[in-house]
Design a protein around this ligand. Structure first.
Ligand code: FAD
Length: 292
């Protein structure tokens, strides 16, 4: 198998913040075998690797990533009865729309969550109405240290709020199957429009990864804590705490990853001082997070 590994690729186009340095190595995987071989390549080179979906939850440092970025380009889909099976590189909106063309729904809200099926399963993405972990029937993963795929049940993932076991065991998610409900295509379309309208009303546009911090249990939300701490509109360089949604950090134009991280550290400190709450980032900061 010939692997196309490129060197010194800018990460700016690969994260929705549009910031970051360069990756030492970059390659795309279209099959599970390529995923496996690329992971082996990283291990042989003794460098870190990351599986990249659409980069809607990753902030790469300005120093770049000193290893291999494996971009997930596995995008096959298959529908049987009320089940849809998607390879993990399938975009979430695309999955919902294709399913709707077969009069399958029940997951309209997920169409408005950016990113791939793999990224969604990794972090149990969703909205209060529906999380990806609620509708998964089984999945195929390539476990860390193994060379053959394995079928796993939903319980395997130990889904929690923005959490799954994959965050710890570092399996590669290859595909996932979801159980949908018979729903007329037009109904799904109109539901997607409603969810999209609601987002436009409540959430700012711009270069962002959405919510920066996870909601801590005992308070209404991270956004509420940040707003009550007077941080709306706070800026570092071109990074700003949105006036529309206080948990969103926006790159107004030419923010660097350092600006975004310094702003997040500032907000973290202000909230800690006012409420004695240590906010935990939802966004993955790579290769090293300053939040421990
Ligand atoms: C505007 C905006 C709004 C958002 N709103 C929401 C929301 O409402 N709800 C919500 O939950 N999230 C939301 N997010 C965050 C983001 O959409 C989710 O976290 C999404 O699931 C990330 O998917 P991705 O493909 O972009 O993952 P990436 O950002 O590429 O990767 C995220 C993590 O997943 C891992 N990963 C990705 N694919 C695989 C795989 N195949 N196998 C193993 N690990 C993998 C990566 O290594 C990385 O650690 C929002 C983001 C934006 C930009």
């Amino acid at each position: 198998m010939e692997l196309q590994v490129k060197k010194d690729i800018s990460l700016k186009a690969l994260s929705t913040y549009r910031t970051g340095g360069s990756a030492k190595f970059y390659a795309e995987a279209k099959t599970w075998q390529e995923m496996h071989h690329l992971r082996e390549f990283a291990k042989t080179q003794q460098i870190p690797y990351v599986i990249l979906g659409d980069g809607s939850n990753i902030l790469f440092s300005d120093e770049g990533f000193p290893g291999l970025i494996i971009r997930n380009k596995m995008t096959k889909m298959h529908i049987q009865g009320n089940l849809i099976t998607c390879e993990s590189g399938v975009n979430m909106a695309k999955m919902v729309i294709i399913a709707s063309q077969h009069n399958l729904g029940g997951i309209s809200g997920l169409a408005t969550v950016p990113g791939t099926v793999g990224g969604a399963v990794y972090g149990n993405a969703g909205i209060p109405d529906v999380y990806i972990g609620d509708v998964i029937t089984h999945a195929v993963v390539l476990p860390e240290g193994k060379s053959k795929p394995m079928i796993v049940s939903p319980e395997y993932f130990q889904f929690g709020y923005r959490d799954s076991k994959i965050k710890k065991n570092r399996d590669i998610i290859l595909s996932a199957t979801f159980k949908l409900k018979l729903t007329p295509a037009l109904k799904v379309r109109s539901e997607i429009n409603e969810y999209s309208k609601e987002r436009t009303l409540k959430q700012p546009a711009g270069k962002t990864c959405g919510s920066f911090f996870k909601n801590p249990g005992q308070f209404p939300s991270a956004g509420w804590l940040i707003e009550q701490s007077g941080c709306k509109g706070l800026k570092v360089g071109d990074a700003i705490i949105s006036e529309k949604h206080a948990n969103w950090i926006i790159n107004k134009g030419n923010a660097t990853s350092t600006d975004i991280i310094n702003l997040a550290i500032k907000v973290h400190g202000i909230v800690k001082k006012k409420f004695n709450v240590s906010l935990e980032p939802e966004v993955q900061i790579l290769p090293n997070s300053p939040f421990k």
